[in-house]
Design a protein around this ligand. Structure first.
Ligand SMILES: [Zn+2]
Length: 128
């Protein structure tokens, strides 16, 4: 169990690092990692505009425009996965996956209940 928790924490830190390093969103940086049953990385994503859409200050600072255009971190992780995600875990930071992303993750092949949705705060409390 301790090893499992340690791997959860490490993956969550990697999702956080990925979000902070890559997301251009000035207020909400989100990271998602997909790992297999042995915690090996399968894919990763961050929230951002679609490929080819420039990250202009005007777009990034207009919440309505930004929300309509942004591809969620979980969806980007799914799109860039180069293998089946069946049986994989989805780790997100700092939010749980939203109700738009969870059905996509399920339809992409994960129908089991071994998906793991964690929040940093939850893990911090659990770790204490
Ligand atoms: Zn989402």
């Amino acid at each position: 169990m301790a090893d499992h928790l340690e791997r959860c924490m490490r993956t969550l830190r990697e999702a956080r690092q990925h979000a902070l390093e890559w997301s251009k969103d000035p207020t909400t940086k989100v990271g998602a990692l997909i790992v297999d049953r042995d915690w090996r990385p399968v894919s990763q994503g961050y929230n951002g505009f679609p490929k080819g859409i420039e990250d202009t200050e005007e777009r990034l600072n207009d919440r309505e425009v930004k929300w309509k255009m942004t591809v969620h971190a979980e969806i980007n992780a799914l799109i860039f996965a180069r293998q089946s995600i069946k049986g994989c875990r989805l780790i997100t930071w700092p939010f749980l996956p939203c109700d738009r992303c969870i059905p996509c993750f399920i339809n992409a092949g994960n129908k089991s209940n071994c998906s793991l949705f964690l929040r940093y705060e939850t893990l911090t409390v659990f770790n204490n």
